[in-house]
Design a protein around this ligand. Sequence first.
Ligand SMILES: [Zn+2]
Length: 161
Amino acid sequence: MSWRCTATIMILNYELIGSQRGAKDRRAAPEGVNATMSSLETPPHVNPYWAGLTGACPRCGNASMFSGLLKLADKCPACGLDYSFADAGDAPAIFVMTILGFVVLGLAVFIEIVYQPPYWVHAVVVVPVAVILTPLLLRPTKSLMIAMQYFTKAEEGRRVK
Ligand SMILES: [Zn+2]
């Protein structure tokens, strides 16, 4: 799949999210049940994929949602969005492990087949690649999960009374 096709799909998804936002919110929580999620509003100018991949606030897009390398801020310093709703769970780690597993193992197998070096070469080449790429991929993956959670208003299921 080319990058143009991927970008087109992302734009179509964004348009779909925008059109759903204009419709009546069927998933709105009852009064007082989950005030944080039900009070979320999204201006249409923030692209959820761009905000997620850059780690920007999914509501205003003007500030980072992180206060550390992987630690979320309590709220957005620009618009005050409370990040207490955010729960990416294990999804970022699972995605990064799956993607990096192919990359790192593929690199190790490639080096072994083509060059057949001593084992210490693998430790010098492959281990740093894994150590450097992990946080580089983990941060945008985590922020993308949280941005998607914000835009789709995803939350834990609960009983309807
Ligand atoms: Zn914000």
